[in-house]
Design a protein. Structure first.
Length: 258
């Protein structure tokens, strides 16, 4: 692994255990999480082959990168994020793997792409991250993404995409989902805040976790526009074909082909 900007020490922690813990916390919110990753990687292989150069956008702990390399060992991945705690876990996870480069960058910084090791990518992938953005900065980010995807390459975003034209369907889905989440919580599942409390107590993760909250503050969502909004903006930025390739009542995996 090449680590261009994190500067954290990755020794002294059980990184596979932290990855499993992160996965379980995320699955409390999204029990179908692995299915979206499977289809995402199906489409990467179908459209750009088995040895793609991938940008893992807002990579967090490297969830997508880990699944990419397990599925397509000949792939290479650049993971970019700003969260120092999640990047510390990613650094520990991929230590010694030359297929992975980790970059610390703020995706709201107009110059973040200058930190990347490559000018173009076969595929740019992201999941459950860009809902933190409001519509205007997200549209600007999509313009930058369009400039990084090569001709014939793909961008995929799996995230919360809410259709406000169906309020009764949305309310019914939300009520059922929260009932199931409550049952899982009774069974010991960790939520977002509880997971971060554990990270703050870990000797290796405590300092980067503190820095993480200095950067972000408490968790806050953006606007979560509909899949139709995402598709329209991506087409406006030059993607030729855009459509969902997977969806649940609350989430969509949107694929855009350059």
């Amino acid at each position: 692994m090449t680590d261009t900007t994190t500067g954290f020490t990755a020794a002294g922690a059980d990184w596979p255990a932290w990855q499993r813990s992160w996965d379980r916390q995320q699955e409390w919110y999204m029990p179908d999480r692995e299915e979206r990753f499977r289809i995402m990687l199906d489409m990467v292989e179908a459209l750009v082959g088995s040895t793609p150069r991938v940008l893992d956008l807002a990579c967090g702990t490297g969830t997508i990168t880990a699944r990419l390399l397990a599925r397509l060992p000949g792939a290479t991945s650049t993971g970019v994020d700003l969260d120092p705690a999640l990047l510390t876990i990613a650094e520990g996870t991929f230590a010694g793997d030359d297929r992975v480069t980790l970059v610390t960058a703020d995706l709201k910084d107009p110059d973040w792409t200058a930190k990347l090791p490559y000018d173009s990518y076969d595929a740019i992938l992201t999941a459950t991250a860009l809902h933190w953005f409001h519509s205007e900065p997200l549209a600007a980010l999509y313009g930058q993404v369009a400039g990084l995807v090569r001709a014939g390459g793909v961008f995929m975003n799996a995230d919360h995409m809410i259709d406000e034209t169906t309020p009764r369907i949305n309310a019914a889905e939300r009520a059922l989902r929260h009932t199931r989440m409550d049952r899982a919580k009774d069974g010991g599942a960790l939520d977002w805040s509880e997971w971060w409390q554990l990270a703050a107590q870990d000797p290796v993760l405590a300092a980067p976790t503190a820095r993480r909250f200095e950067i972000y503050g408490e968790h806050a969502d953006g606007e979560m526009p509909s899949a139709a909004w995402h598709a329209r903006v991506l087409r406006d930025h030059g993607f030729g074909e855009v459509r969902p390739v997977w969806c649940s009542p609350s989430d969509t995996l949107l694929l855009a082909l350059k």
